[in-house]
Design a protein around this ligand. Sequence first.
Ligand SMILES: Cc1cc2nc3c(=O)[nH]c(=O)nc-3n(C[C@H](O)[C@H](O)[C@H](O)COP(=O)(O)OP(=O)(O)OC[C@H]3O[C@@H](n4cnc5c(N)ncnc54)[C@H](O)[C@@H]3O)c2cc1C
Length: 418
Amino acid sequence: MSSLGPIEDTGKVVIIGGGPSGVACALALQRLASASDRRVSITIVEGKQFVGERHYNQCVGVLSPPLPSLMRDELDLPFPEHLARGKITGYVLHSGREELEIVSHGEPSVSLRRVQFDAYMLDAARERGISVLEARAVDIEFHDEGVVVYTENAPIEADVVVGSFGLDEGSAAMFSRLTPYISPRALSSVVTKYHPGPEVMDDFGENIHAFLPRDPRIEFGGITPKGNHLTINIAGSTVDIPLMRSFMEQAYVRRVARNLDLAGKYDPGDLRLFKGRFPCSLARGFYGNRYVMVGDAAGLVRAFKGKGVTSGVLTGARAARTILEAGISQKAFELHYRAANQDIISDIIYGQVMRRSAIWMARVGLMECVVRAARRNPRLQQGLYDAVSAEAPSRKVLASSFAPRSVMAVLRDGFRNS
Ligand SMILES: Cc1cc2nc3c(=O)[nH]c(=O)nc-3n(C[C@H](O)[C@H](O)[C@H](O)COP(=O)(O)OP(=O)(O)OC[C@H]3O[C@@H](n4cnc5c(N)ncnc54)[C@H](O)[C@@H]3O)c2cc1C
């Protein structure tokens, strides 16, 4: 087994979790290793089976630029356009009695089924000779000369382990026992789907409806068109099934979902409720000698909303580069991997401020005034678009939202008719 320097020829990497961040790390490792004439043996350990859609994924599956170019440039893998169920070209923001349509000026996002996307990524890894072990990793040991990952199947010895296990609590506990790792704080989300029928879907359009309700327990809600159905979700620290039911009973939600029939008219699978979690802070100790976390497990995502798959692919590829170019020691990850992710890390605090401000403004009814003022103010409108789409860094969103011109616009136009 190796030193803690860059992985050498015949080195071994084990990756726990075959979601987007783990597979991206594997594909990038393989591409960079072969470019530098090193044969690196890579094993992905994944407990779920994506093929045949036996496992549900709570992710809404809206994938946005720059993901396609990231996949092409970093992984040499085309974006799976054939899996697209529809395009997303803008948002309709709802707060109180106000609603505002905000159209994207950039490339549209694509909505798809996450299990199909994950199956596509994992198949690409298999086709390139990366070994995929269908089992859960259950324990781990760190030694001076290497690491051992125990699974429900065979144990795997490697030089370094990549933690790409999302917010899986068992996996987090496995690392927390042996390392300073503490998983990120998380928000919960309750998700369901609803088939309102083909005519309604034809008429629905390509916008995500985003809700910022006054109810302090719901940070945001969303209704997303996905080809033949709508995905409905709410997020917050303490959201649960009764809260989701009461959200779906709100008049404005039922209107957007075209007279949402809570009995589920068109599909027997309609309105079954699932629960998932998003990270909303950075994990602690997410790298050390012979280990590094990527994607959700590291909390390397925007704190307020979204783009988790894009961040997963980005951070997976960045970890691969560190492992091959800088090394697998805590110091190498600190100087190379952490530094490479500074764009995400330095924005987390601004995302948290943005999140708290949005919750407070929605609660006291101020968000309604902002939405009303944005109708006449393109700058404010762009700020709202950047906030809900997560297409711009939170720092930029905050700077433009609290700029004197934006505040003046809210004072001038936001309180009219209120
Ligand atoms: C309700 C909801 C909606 C979302 N919508 C979007 C969206 O529209 N667009 C977007 O970009 N992001 C969205 N996200 C975020 C996105 O789902 C995540 O950011 C993304 O999946 C993170 O990828 P990952 O590879 O880090 O982790 P994951 O996708 O969670 O993958 C982790 C994998 O590790 C496996 N695993 C865990 N532990 C073990 C173990 N011990 N052994 C073996 N395997 C293990 C799991 O089975 C899983 O497949 C949403 C999240 C939620 C909760």
